[in-house]
Every structure is written in C-alpha cells, then in structure tokens.
Design a protein around this ligand. Structure first.
Ligand code: FCA
Length: 331
C-alpha cells in the first residue's frame, strides 16, 4: 500500500513536471507579430519597420519583418508566421486584389490581420470589411500636392495653359489612383487645360519605372517647355525629375511634388542646388508603423479590435521647412 502510494505520488510529480516544462517555456517565449511589406527596399517601408520595431520594444513583443514582393512570397510568409506561432500581422500586400487570399490564410491559421498603406479588396474591388486598415486619405493628400503646385506656379509666374501636367500613374492600386487624381483635379480646378494632362503609366512603383514612363511621355509631348509632375510616392515624382533632367528640363522648368517624405525626398532636399523635386507631402511612417504593430498586438493579446479604417493626414514639406516639420511630427 505504502509502496503503491509512493509510486502514485512519483508518477503525479513526473506528470506535473512534464506539464510544467512546456508551460514555462511557453511563458518565456515573447509574443510575435509579423510586419509584411511589398517593397522592403523602399525608404518608406524601412521607416515603417523602424517604428514598428520601436513599438515592439516599448510593448514587449517580437517583430517579425518579411519582405513580400509577390503573391507567392506573401503566402509563404503567412505560413511561416503561423509556424513560428505569431499571433497576427500587419500587411502591405504586393497586390491589393490578394485580399481574399490574405483573409483566408489569416483565418485558417487563427492570425489577426490588419492592412497598412494599401487597403485590401475582394474580387469585386470592394474593401474587405473585416480587415482593419490604416492608410492615408489618398485623394485629399494628392489634392494638397496639386494645390501646392498651383501656389508655386504663381510664384514662378507660369501660365497654366503652357504647362504640361505629368501624372505618373499606377492605376491598378486604388490609393495611387486617388492620390494622382486628387492632384490633377486641383490643377484642373485652377484652370489647367484638360488637354495638358499627360498620363505616364509605370510598371512598378519605384524610381526606375517612373523614369521610364516619364521619358516616353516627355518624348511624345515635346511641345511643353514647362512641367509639373505628380505620382503616388516620392520615387514616382523623382523618376519624372530625373527623366526631365535627361532631356534638359531643369529646376526652373520642372516642378514635381511627391508623397511620403522619407529618405528619397530628403536626399533631394540636401543637395547643394535645388532640383525639380520641389516638395513632398509628408505623411507619417511613425503612425503607420508604430500604431498598426501595437494595434495587432493588443488585438491578439487583449481582444481589443482596431477601428475598421484610420486615415492619416499629410503636410507639404519643402527644402525650407523639412527640419522643423520632421521634428514636429516626431520623425
Ligand atoms: C503605397 C505606396 C508607398 C507609400 C505608401 C504610403 O504603399 O506604394 O510608396 O506611399 O503607400
């Protein structure tokens, strides 16, 4: 009897120990949150990652950063996060039409998902309602870029009917279309003739693609001696500036305004002589990186769901106000 009781106690102890080990290991493991971006080499996304890392440090979770240049890499990344027992992820997908696939994969693995910058859509092009989103108000921010061009053209004494308006376009991405259309609408409202608007569709959203697109557009429209240019981001505007320079259209005849305000823009502003890259609408990679990472963490660990849609604002940044403005925005 005694022997039996001792054996029983020993077995119970062993069982408890076995149970306790994995529990202890699990408790020591930090919570993991993924942050997947379509273009990891772009300064904007580097900034987003940097602020998301800051959030991870402040809140005590681990950030898993993965670049997802295409759909295949994106699906592999989500599986990878699940295998690592992540609790959720923030995503800027390589194609917003992958929304349904993202949602399905997240649900299958029981991962919380939130989109950043580019809102995910379903097969019909409608935003996916149960994926919370943080992005910019594309049309308003584009409009701001357009209004800033009007103001600067006035300063320079340009006549609107003599100016070509280059729209570096990436219309398959709704926010890109909204941003550039917002700018063009501002120009048209101020009296720029519709016939002066030249579309330059880019194959990708980087500087090289914008350069190629702009080059073709300038060649076809050599009648314009002065240009304004807009695109979805700083890289698009910069591609147009570089293409213009290649054709002898310099700072005094080129007025490009980007959107973003990351290193791509800062590099232009710190050149000794001003280029055709006049300004950018500064948006906040801090809000987008930090707040989305925290939102997914708190959603997964505290059940606090993020608001369905959060749109952030922008401010015109030029050579003159860059230092002050970035400081104001905590960048
Ligand atoms: C999109 C663009 C990026 C950046 C971001 C806020 O994802 O592709 O360049 O502008 O929105």
């Amino acid at each position: 009897m005694n022997k039996q009781r001792r054996l029983c106690a020993a077995l119970t102890l062993t069982a408890l120990t076995l149970l306790a080990v994995p529990l202890a290991v699990r408790a020591a493991e930090p919570v993991k949150v993924g942050f997947l971006v379509k273009q990891a080499e772009e300064p904007w996304f580097q900034d987003e990652w940097r602020y998301a890392e800051q959030a991870a440090k402040d809140k005590g979770f681990t950030l898993v950063k993965i670049g997802i240049p295409n759909g295949e890499k994106m699906m592999a990344a989500i599986d990878n996060l699940a295998a690592q027992k992540a609790v959720g992820f923030v995503i800027c997908a390589p194609d917003v039409k992958l929304g349904v696939a993202v949602n399905r994969a997240a649900k299958r693995h029981n991962l919380k998902v939130m989109s950043v910058d580019d809102q995910l859509v379903d097969g019909a092009g409608k935003p996916i309602a149960d994926i919370p989103h943080m992005g910019i108000s594309g049309y308003e921010i584009g409009n701001q870029a357009g209004l800033a061009m009007i103001a600067e053209m006035k300063v320079r004494g340009w006549k609107l009917d003599e100016v070509g308006a280059l729209r570096v376009a990436f219309d398959q991405l709704p926010t890109a279309r909204d941003r550039t259309m917002g700018a063009i609408d501002a120009l048209k409202a101020a009296g720029l003739p519709v016939a002066n608007v030249v579309d330059a569709p880019q194959a990708k959203t980087d500087t090289e693609s914008a350069f190629n697109a702009a080059n073709i557009a300038f060649t076809k429209n050599a009648k314009f001696k002065r240009w304004v240019a807009v695109g979805l981001n700083d890289e698009a505007a910069l591609g147009a500036v570089r293409a213009a320079e290649g054709r002898g259209i310099k700072q005094d005849a080129m007025l490009a305004i980007g959107i973003g305000g990351s290193q791509t823009a800062l590099n232009e502003f710190t050149k000794p002589t001003p280029t055709g890259f006049f300004g950018t609408v500064l948006i906040s990679p801090k809000r987008h990186g930090y707040e989305t990472a925290v939102a997914v963490f708190e959603w997964a660990t505290q059940g606090k769901a993020p608001p369905p849609v959060t749109l952030t604002a922008g401010t015109l940044m030029t050579r003159q106000n860059q230092t002050e403005l970035r400081k104001q925005m905590g960048l």
